[in-house]
Design a protein around this ligand. Sequence first.
Ligand SMILES: NC(=O)c1ccc[n+]([C@@H]2O[C@H](COP(=O)([O-])OP(=O)(O)OC[C@H]3O[C@@H](n4cnc5c(N)ncnc54)[C@H](OP(=O)(O)O)[C@@H]3O)[C@@H](O)[C@H]2O)c1
Length: 252
Amino acid sequence: VYVVTGGGRGLGRSLALALAARGQSVLIIGRHESSLSQVAALSAMIHYHVADVSTPAGRESICLHLKKTPQLKGLIHNAGVIDPIQRLGHIDEAAWLNLMATNVNAPLFLSQALLSQLTHGRVLHIGSGVAHFPVAGWSAYCVSKAALWMLTRCWQLESASPAFTSVMPGILDTDMSAIIRESNQMDTDKLAFFQQLKHNNRLIAADTVALFLCWLLLDIETSDYVKQEWDIYDTSHHASWLPPHHLVPPLE
Ligand SMILES: NC(=O)c1ccc[n+]([C@@H]2O[C@H](COP(=O)([O-])OP(=O)(O)OC[C@H]3O[C@@H](n4cnc5c(N)ncnc54)[C@H](OP(=O)(O)O)[C@@H]3O)[C@@H](O)[C@H]2O)c1
């Protein structure tokens, strides 16, 4: 079984369907039953569990659900939020903590809780390029993804099995990008950049990223899996997984 958090929509939905198409059993997690059940209805390989990964109670319910599954093949920490998009001078503490609980605490403590079932499995953190450069208005999100990347590095020091790595999936055509395009807290040139990407059809389809993630999870050796922070815009690995009818439009 592969556990995919945030599997009801966006990248998580595409990943669940791609894993199922490769013959893998998938458990998708999210807060909203309606979207999860719609995804699960598309494949007999996909099951769902409603839980909020940002809370201890939500994570406990996931563990309880998986109690009778002795071995998990993988855990993909895909659930993430970008709100609050706010300037640091005004950022709300409760909103900041809520984002950290979803983007950082959940990956740490869910991995910890499932560690004994993940022996020989793979854990994948869905990171972001903004772990490595700041964006005005996105401080909470940037800090969380920088923390997630450091969490990956620390896990790698402490755990060879399960194997941990992190991936930067690129700028995707999902609800999260729509939230970004509607923000009034970003610099105008940055906002225009995101609006232009959408306008010019240069956002990456979640289904394309899902193929990349399946390649990382199913096809490459563990020694390669942990070797780097994977970047979808790095063309050196495209020949290994990117089919001709899928596109990764370069950012420049
Ligand atoms: N979009 C981009 O351009 C982009 C770029 C780089 C990295 N990423 C990363 O890629 C991942 C997926 O992003 P996306 O664009 O697919 O986002 P999305 O369309 O907004 O979907 C987010 C998913 O996370 C789930 N989720 C959020 N909070 C949750 C919680 N507390 N408990 C359980 N599930 C929760 C949502 O389901 P419910 O609402 O039903 O709970 C939803 O399925 C995120 O980690 C994001 O940071 C995205």
